[in-house]
Design a protein around this ligand. Structure first.
Ligand SMILES: [Mn+2]
Length: 355
């Protein structure tokens, strides 16, 4: 039996008892929760993962109340009653840290807010917070029948270079009254400096709180998207992120799909290296075919990655963290998202039980 934990990722609107039961029925014992509501009130968008588009996903502005100690404890307890251990919160709302990403006037104030979130997570016994230090976020992607049997999935076909309007970051509008214009053009080094400023400011708090901050690689992984630089768009760049501030709290949200889309690096060696060094906080266990800027997301068993080989490597490195499916193609039936997830979870459960 493999020692990884089987987790399920919950978008904010899925935090209900029925979805908790569904996750348990899929074999999940752990939960990764999105407090950001990417979908706003758009019901039509809720059947799939959020896909980047120029207009954004909607308004940022989830209340900081979701990160209060009381709210986090209540969430943990709700999941616990459903048989699920709250393993991680995934992503910060752009309204809580846009000036951290942009080096804007409210940067230090927002870092203080993030520090409070981290302390509250620690006090609520939540060991990991995943984040994505990115200006454009997900973009340049299209939806179509790209997976087996023409299942609807997501692909990249070229790079979107439309500038990001002021008041939007990471596909969400945090200031609808922002002045005309677009987000300032910067180079890669400037963005790395912004990440360093952030990590140096929050990692000591995270260490004290017993919380690991886990960085997602860029999705999609290309040097620039919408005129803004990316940080981790090749596998080797993960090590630069670790080197900024080596710490048990400076960790990785290891997305196999995004990493495999990168044009350089060996996914098996990269997995072995970071697993052996204890850098992996949790894993997005999904598969893809092709490389950026031309790839498509696939079912877990039909992409370029030999997922069983990944699990063998993780076992050899004694990885005991959580794996979640991240996203999957939609299947042709009345419950396209759920059946896609159940398929991935069944595959992962079989790997867990038989290795
Ligand atoms: Mn991912």
């Amino acid at each position: 039996m493999a020692s990884f934990k089987l987790g399920f990722g919950f978008y904010h609107h899925m935090l209900n008892d029925e979805t908790f039961r569904f996750a348990r029925q899929c074999g999940a014992t752990h939960a990764v929760v999105h407090l950001v509501d990417y979908f706003g009130t758009a019901e039509e968008g809720r059947v799939n993962q959020p896909v980047g588009r120029q207009g954004g996903w909607g308004r940022a502005g989830g209340s900081t109340e979701r990160w209060s100690l009381e709210a986090l404890r209540a969430l943990r307890d709700r999941l616990s009653h459903a048989g699920l251990e709250l393993a991680a919160i995934e992503n910060f709302d752009p309204s809580h840290w846009h000036d951290v990403l942009l080096a804007g006037p409210r940067r230090d104030e927002q870092i203080d807010t993030i520090r409070t979130f981290i302390r509250n997570a620690g006090a609520a016994g939540i060991p990991v917070i995943g984040y994505n230090f990115s200006l454009a976020g997900v973009a340049s992607r299209v939806v179509g029948p790209f997976a087996r049997g023409n299942a609807e999935s997501v692909a990249m076909d070229g790079v979107d270079d439309t500038p990001i309007p002021n008041g939007m970051i990471w596909n969400m509008v945090y200031d609808p009254d922002a002045p005309q214009g677009t987000v300032e053009e910067i180079d890669h080094e400037t963005l790395w400096q912004r990440l360093s400023y952030f990590l140096d400011a929050v990692l000591p708090v995270a260490e004290e709180a017993g919380v690991r901050l886990a960085a997602h690689p860029d999705d999609p992984p290309v040097p620039f998207v919408r005129g803004t630089p990316r940080l981790v768009y090749q596998q080797a760049m993960y090590q630069r992120l670790i080197n900024i501030h080596p710490s048990s709290s400076n960790a990785l949200e290891f997305c196999l799909g995004s990493l495999s889309e990168m044009t350089e690096g060996d996914i098996y060696e990269t997995t072995r290296y970071h697993a052996e060094n204890g850098n992996i906080a949790y894993i997005h266990f999904r598969n893809v075919r092709g490389k950026a800027p031309n790839y498509s997301e696939t079912f877990v068993d039909e992409g370029d990655i030999d997922m069983a080989r990944i699990v063998r490597i993780l076992n050899e490195a004694s990885f005991t963290g959580v794996m979640i499916p991240d996203h999957t193609p939609l299947m042709a039936c009345d419950a396209p998202w759920h059946s896609g997830m159940a398929y991935a979870m069944g595959y992962m459960r079989a790997l867990q039980k038989n290795m």
